[in-house]
Ligand binder design. Structure first.
Ligand SMILES: [Fe+2]
Length: 461
């Protein structure tokens, strides 16, 4: 029985299939455009290889598209049939159980399976990467870091793909708030492989969280030449560069990157849509004219308004519908999400607890009803992480909360929230500006002037 680069046995008689499958997993770790090509090569060598069929099912789920959910189920059924014929290792059967859980929308149970695999097979990079993904949307940074903490003992510089594992370690630590550990791991991974976009992105997050905008721009400028063979994830990394420019008040650069990079193509990929919608929302808070850009996003959002696969994506689709005044589509979407929130899957709970109130607040904001939005968002302020995504991505909802409270004239609450924000983001000029606004509204002119001074000082670099 062939084994992969990490010593894990694969149920196939074909060494070619095992080799192509290894290329596929490595390409997946690297967000490479040719990931699917390697999977096709695998099937050309062995059309019924269990791990290849299971992996295809995982990949279908990762797109978060309703049309591919049935194909993910089909892949699992084919894997079951193949395993009934030729058998499978214990590890492969656990992967099958993970896919079956995901098929029924139980991402938490799927994650439990991957974590079970990792206890015994800490070099199963596929289980590691999928668990990393699932924790990201379901359990938050602490779980991501705990997951990585259980496998690093099995990895060192001499093990193939160590760099990719360091990249996972870096992002997990960043989301858990250990920026020093995250930056060290991420920078080492990029030294090993400058094309490792996940590690590049992990360091970009550290620089975002610490308000090191100018360093962030230089970091990504120095590495973007490596992204020629990267899939849509490169758009998200360009979005990070735009986030630095946004904080520095360089709005033309944000829009140039919007049109030239992270929304240069009108794709349907949910992450691409979240990048664009959340950036337009932020730009409008800063009074930037974003032209007709909502319309194209609202078209995409309308097509996905009934998906209800990932609450994080749904919350962004709602932004586009609300801002483009698609009242009927927004109402239909809300009804679909209410229905979905009564389901049994992991995302149903996320929708019920956080997704729905966030969507309702989004609609209220677009109608100018700041008070209602504030009432909806205020109780969620410490639970918004349940919606999934990164700290940097979720900050759009922290901004919504601050601006809705300010818009409703609730000055004391605004001062408190912005005091918290500037304490957490002392290098954020936007936060100091808003804090100054809130302090002035509370009648504290001296403190407002000091806050404005902090913003000016940061912008003058
Ligand atoms: Fe990110």
């Amino acid at each position: 029985m062939p084994a992969d680069l990490h010593g894990l046995e694969l149920t196939t008689d074909s060494d070619d299939a095992a080799a192509a499958y290894g290329d596929c997993v490595r390409a997946y770790l690297g967000f490479k455009l040719d990931t699917g090509e390697h999977l096709k090569r695998t099937f050309a060598a062995d059309g019924e290889m269990p791990m290849a069929l299971i992996t295809r099912g995982y990949f279908f789920h990762l797109f978060c598209l309703p049309g591919l959910e049935a194909k993910a189920v089909q892949s699992r059924e084919q894997a079951e049939a193949a395993i009934a014929q030729r058998g499978a290792t214990k590890r492969e059967k656990w992967h099958l159980a993970a896919l079956a859980a995901w098929n029924r929308g139980d991402m938490a149970a799927a994650t439990d399976q991957w974590e079970r695999i990792l206890l015994e097979y800490p070099r199963d990079v596929l289980a590691l990467r999928l668990s990393h993904y699932s924790h990201f949307y379901l359990h938050g940074g602490a779980a991501m870091r705990q997951s990585v903490g259980r496998i690093m003992h099995a990895w060192d510089e001499g093990v193939p793909d160590y760099g990719y594992v360091l990249g996972v370690c870096a992002f997990a630590n960043e989301e858990a708030g250990d920026y020093a550990a995250a930056e060290a791991a991420g920078r080492r991974a990029v030294e090993i492989n400058p094309g490792d976009i996940w590690a590049t992105h992990a360091v970009a997050h550290v620089l975002e969280m610490q308000g090191r905008q100018r360093e962030g721009i230089d970091w990504l400028d120095g590495l973007c030449g490596e992204w020629g063979d990267i899939n849509n994830f490169r758009f998200h990394t360009w979005w990070h560069k735009a986030m630095y420019h946004l904080e520095l008040g360089q709005h033309d650069a944000v829009l140039a990157l919007y049109d030239g990079e992270y929304r240069a193509e009108p794709t349907e990929d949910y992450l691409d849509v979240t990048n664009a919608t959340a950036m337009l929302w932020r730009l409008e808070y800063l009074g930037v004219d974003i032209g007709e850009r909502w319309r194209e996003l609202a078209d995409v959002a309308e097509r996905h308004s009934q998906d209800a696969i990932l609450a994080f994506a749904d919350a962004h689709y709602m932004m586009a519908l609300a801002k483009d005044g698609r009242d009927a589509a927004a109402a239909q979407m809300l009804a679909a999400l209410e229905q979905a929130s009564t389901g049994q899957g992991s995302q149903a709970k996320v929708l019920a607890e956080v997704g729905l109130p966030v969507c309702r607040a989004t609609l209220a904001l677009a109608k100018g009803d700041d008070g209602s939005a504030a009432d909806l968002l205020l109780p969620l302020r410490d639970r918004i992480w349940r919606l999934g995504g990164s700290h940097a991505q979720r900050d759009v909802w922290a901004q919504m909360l601050c601006r809705s409270v300010m818009g409703a004239g609730r000055n004391q609450e605004a001062r408190a929230l912005l005091a918290q924000r500037t304490a957490e983001k002392p290098n954020s000029p936007i936060s100091w500006r808003w804090y100054a606004e809130a302090l002035a509204a509370c009648g504290d002119g001296a403190a407002a002037a000091e806050a404005r001074g902090r913003a000016d000082q940061l912008l003058s670099g």
